[in-house]
Every structure is written in C-alpha cells, then in structure tokens.
Ligand binder design. Structure first.
Ligand code: MCA
Ligand code: AMP
Length: 508
C-alpha cells in the first residue's frame, strides 16, 4: 500500500539538486533542500525516540521561524498530529487548548516556559521543549544528537495530520481535525489552479499557526519544489523590498492595505510577480482596484476555512474567466458548493442563502465532539460553513455575510461570545455585546457595548485594560462604550445590527 503521508508527497517534490536554496530569510540565512531533509529527519527521530503514543498531538506555540516550519514537517514525517497555537494566546486560552487536546508534547518559547509547562504538566503532557526565534532551545539541542536519516511514518489518507482550533459557527473553540488526505488533495488542486511553475519563488509573510500561512503557502511552495523568501514578521517596507525577487505573494487584505500605504509600492516593485493571492477575510473592492492601478496586477481572491482548507478561487488563467473583485471565484475542482434557503432547498443563481460545501478537503470532524460535528453537517453530508452568499449565473461565488457571530480582524477570527463572556464576569457589569465595525487597517474590529449593574459605575477604558491581561491582543475590542441599556427586539434578543449601525463610522 502506498504511503499517503503528506510529508512523503512534499519530500518527493524536492528538486533533484538538494544543495539548491529552499528558504532564504530576511536576516541572511539560507537553508538548502538538504537542510530541510536532514533537519526534519533529526526532529522526527527525536519525536520517535520519545515513544509518543500513536496519534499523539504535538502542540506548538512559538514565534514564526524556519525551525518552527521544520518542526511542523517533522511532526508529519514522524506520523504525529500537529497543533499550532497563535503566539498571541494567553494563559486561559492555552489552558483550554492543552486541556482539550491533551498533547503528548508541547513546544513553547523559553520566555513562556514557566507558565506553559505548568499548564502542560498539569494536563498530563509528558514532554515540554523550547524553541526560540534565534534557533536556541531544548528542541534543537536534543534533535542535534539524532540521526539525519528517517523513513517517513506510513499514514493513510484518512489519518489525522493536524488539529486547528477554530470556533466553528458557535460557542467555544473546537479542534478541526484535518487528515493527510485533506491537506494533500487541496495542495495538489491549488498547484494546478494557481499555475505553480518552474522558477516560482514565494514571498512568505504570514504567520504559520493558521491555514493560510501554514498550509496554503508552505504546501504550495514545497509541492512545487519552489524557494521561499521567508519573513518572520510582516513589515510592509521589507515585503515591498523583497517583492522583485518573488513570483508569488499571499496575504490577508490587511497586508495589501498596508503595502498600498507605502509609496515604494509600484509596477517596478511588482515586476516579477506572477500572482498576488488574497484570502481569510473579505478584500474590499477599493483595495482590489487600488492594487490594480498601482501595480498593474489583478489580485486573485479565494475563500477557505480551517475546517475545509481552500474552497473557491478566482481564475488564474485568463481563458477561465476574469478575476472579479468582490467575488471569491469558482469552487475548486472536486469541491461541491451550494447555496440553500431556510428550508434547506438549493437556491437559484443570484439568490442569497447559506453556503454548504463538500469534497476531499472537508475535515474529519471536531476533536472529541461527535455531536457538534453532526450538527454542522446536513443529512446528505454537506458541511455548513456559516457563511452567507450567492453564486451568479456564471458560477462566481460571493460571500455577502455570515450567519455565525464572528468578527474577522486583520485575518484573525474573534468570537464575540468569548469576549462577552469575559466582560460579563467583571465586577459591576450587567451585560455586554461585542460587534464588528469597519476599520481601515484591519477590515473589521470589535467594539464592546456594556451595561452596569444597578448602582455600579463602569469605565470602558478600564474594561479594555482588564481584557488585555486575559486574552490574545487581536481579540481586544478597540473601544468599549458604557450605556444604560442594550437594544432588544420583541423576543428580548440583543439587536447587534443596531449597535453595528450606531458605531460603523467610529474608525472613519
Ligand atoms: C495585531 N493587532 C490586531 C491584529 N493584529 N488587532 C486586530 N486584529 C488583528 N489582526 C493589534 C495588536 O493587538 C496590537 O494592539 C497592535 O495591533 C500591534 O500588534 P502587532 O502584533 O505588532 O501587530 P502587527 O504585527 O502589525 O500584526 C498585524 C497583522 C497580523 C500583520 C495584520 O494581524 C497578521 O499577521 N494577520 C494575518 C492573520 C492570518 O494569517 N490569518 C489567516 C487565518 P495594542 O498595541 O493595542 O496592543 S487562516 C484563515 O482565515 C482561513 C482558513 C483562510 O481562508 O485563509
Ligand atoms: P477560519 O475560522 O480562520 O477558518 O476562518 C474562516 C472564515 O473566514 C470563513 O468561514 C469566512 O467567513 C472567512 N473568509 C475566508 N476567506 C474569505 C474571503 N476571501 N472573503 C470573505 N470571507 C472569507
């Protein structure tokens, strides 16, 4: 039986010349394909030596670095399940993820070792290693003693490769279980759809703890044997400076907005780019147009989810149609996408309804939540995305809104219910509502509206300050208003649309 381990497919795509450069970093380090091969073997051998149980989760909260990517690849190679965690997450968030996923190994930065290891050991994790941005830490120290030969673990397409925590359509974070087959099939489809070709170079500017930077970008480059120009963090000036050496760029809309604010962005800077790709959040038509005007390039917008990886894409090749701003294009080959009404019946072209999808890219379910998983699928096996949209007569899909109460801020997801939960716990607070309002940089940001218990006095700024010590920074509402009461409909439900309307001009 063939080995369906995703790593084996990525490894098979390495170029013949293993001494060629695979990754160039902004601070002048170069990693050859042989370096990738050897380092992933050594880390994989370390994981094997730990005798982690079958299907063990490897939870990783470290800053972006090439070594962090190598740890991901080594985890696949050794056959374990990778669980990436945003570096902005704080104690309570990490406590939940580790408690829920029960990883056998946790890797964190030295700076956070004290509190992360305490949480991990309390949750029964056996090993906690460190990995720092400057390539120090116990993970690499220990891997350095391991052999650089390793045969990839044999995996079936249906075996778990990664768990990504996401809030789905409601409630608490759930671990979306993605298999080797989900990830590989999607990467292969994108390789063809986006015309990956010899000589391509990817400018990698996104974080690597979510689908976009970790899977879409890295798998894209590796499966094509393409070099990556690696930025540990996004800075618009540095990114523009590197553009002439790249042919492919992927970003969330905020990255495009920030580059547009730089006078150095022009046709010359973008002269070698083959395709600019945007996703994770809606790309405003103004940004799409401004980009075209300034660089001569039409951004290709696509749409995806943690549970499904990529779902739709605007066409890459002109013969397949034009790239239409404001749309997310056509379903990818093999992906089924339908729009249904309240009664579950499929709607006609142009009609707005709930988006449902199916295909080899759709995840296996939520980690240890069979009931929740069942709820999110229809009886005939379609996954309910929680997005609201339409498909026009030519087949272009457009996302017009979300039925899930979600704010997408700078490409990160913020669940109002989670923030409201924290605010409601604060002394003197009667109730709260968090809504998303337009923001010129982040696309959308959260704003909190709070009422006080009788006789109590509240201060919005203090509420924001208190949240900062508890939650990841991108989740913090940018403003907090104290009001006498929240608007409600006749059913008693808070009318968030009225709050959104009232505050939509806050950020100009
Ligand atoms: C930072 N801040 C934010 C955000 N990021 N506020 C709201 N939303 C954000 N996304 C705030 C911090 O709280 C802080 O506020 C201040 O900005 C500076 O923080 P810093 O970390 O220095 O910010 P930055 O480095 O400028 O980061 C902005 C960023 C980053 C580069 C746009 O957010 C980013 O990399 N976003 C990409 C996210 C991504 O990769 N998403 C893909 C998900 P204060 O000073 O008040 O503390 S995958 C996905 O969605 C699906 C599957 C798909 O389709 O791809
Ligand atoms: P996540 O939970 O991080 O997987 O985010 C997935 C959600 O991001 C989707 O359900 C959409 O709401 C949103 N999304 C991703 N790409 C786009 C896009 N191009 N346009 C609009 N929304 C998008």
């Amino acid at each position: 039986m063939p080995n369906e381990n995703l790593f084996a497919a990525l490894r098979a795509a390495f170029p013949n010349d293993l001494d060629a450069i695979a990754v160039d970093t902004a601070d002048g380090l170069a990693y050859s394909w042989r370096d990738l091969e050897r380092a992933t073997a050594m880390i994989a051998n370390l994981l094997v030596a730990l005798k982690l149980p079958e299907g063990a989760r490897v939870a990783v909260q470290v800053e972006k670095s090439v070594e962090a990517m190598l740890l991901y690849l080594a985890t696949l190679r050794a056959g374990y399940v990778f669980l990436p965690l945003n570096t902005a997450y704080q104690k309570a968030e990490i406590e939940y993820f580790i408690g829920n996923a029960e990883p056998a190994l946790v890797v964190c930065t030295q700076k956070n070792f004290g509190w992360v290891s305490k949480i991990a050991f309390q949750a029964g994790t056996r090993h906690v290693f460190t990995l720092n941005e400057d390539r120090t830490g116990s993970l690499l120290d220990r891997a350095a003693h391991r052999s650089d030969q390793h045969v990839p673990a044999v995996k079936q397409a249906d075996d778990l490769a990664a768990i990504l925590y996401t809030s789905g359509t409601t409630g608490r974070s759930k671990g979306a279980m993605l298999t080797h087959g989900n990830l590989l099939s999607n990467a292969q489809v994108l390789k063809d759809c986006w015309g990956w070709q010899e000589g391509d170079v990817l400018l990698h500017a996104l974080p690597i703890f979510h689908v976009h930077g970790l899977f879409v970008a890295i798998h894209g480059a590796l499966l094509n044997g393409s070099k990556m120009l690696w930025l540990d963090r996004f800075d618009p000036k540095t990114a523009i400076g590197k553009l002439p050496q790249a042919t492919v760029f992927m970003g969330v809309p905020t990255l495009y907005v920030r580059m547009l604010a730089e006078p150095a962005l022009d046709q010359d800077a973008a002269r070698n780019i083959r395709v600019f790709i945007s996703g994770s959040a809606p790309l405003l038509i103004e940004t799409f147009n401004a980009w075209k005007e300034r660089t001569g390039h039409t951004i290709l917008e696509r749409y995806g989810m943690s549970e499904t990886i990529m779902l739709t894409s605007n066409p890459y090749r002109a013969e397949d149609g034009e790239r239409r701003g404001g749309t997310v294009g056509f379903p990818l080959p093999g992906v089924g996408l339908r729009v249904v009404g309240d009664d579950g019946q499929e709607l006609d072209a142009g009609e707005i309804g709930a988006i449902q999808v199916r295909g080899p890219n759709v995840f296996k379910g939520y980690w240890r939540m069979p009931e929740k998983t069942k709820e999110e699928f229809t009886g005939d096996g379609w996954f309910k995305t929680g997005d609201v949209g339409k498909v026009d007569a030519r087949g272009y899909a457009t996302i017009v809104g979300r039925s899930k109460d979600l704010i997408i801020s700078g490409g990160y997801n913020v669940y109002p219910a989670e923030i409201e939960g924290y605010i409601n716990e604060m002394p003197g607070v009667a109730e709260s509502a968090v809504v998303g309002v337009p923001h010129p940089d982040f696309g959308e940001v959260g704003v909190a509206v709070v009422t006080a218990k009788t006789g109590e006095k509240l201060d919005g700024e203090r509420i924001v300050a208190a949240l900062k010590s508890q939650l990841a920074n991108f989740k913090i509402p940018k403003r907090c208003f104290v009001v006498d009461e929240l608007p409600r409909n006749t059913m008693g439900k808070v009318q968030k649309n009225l709050l959104r309307d009232a505050h939509k001009g806050l950020f100009g």
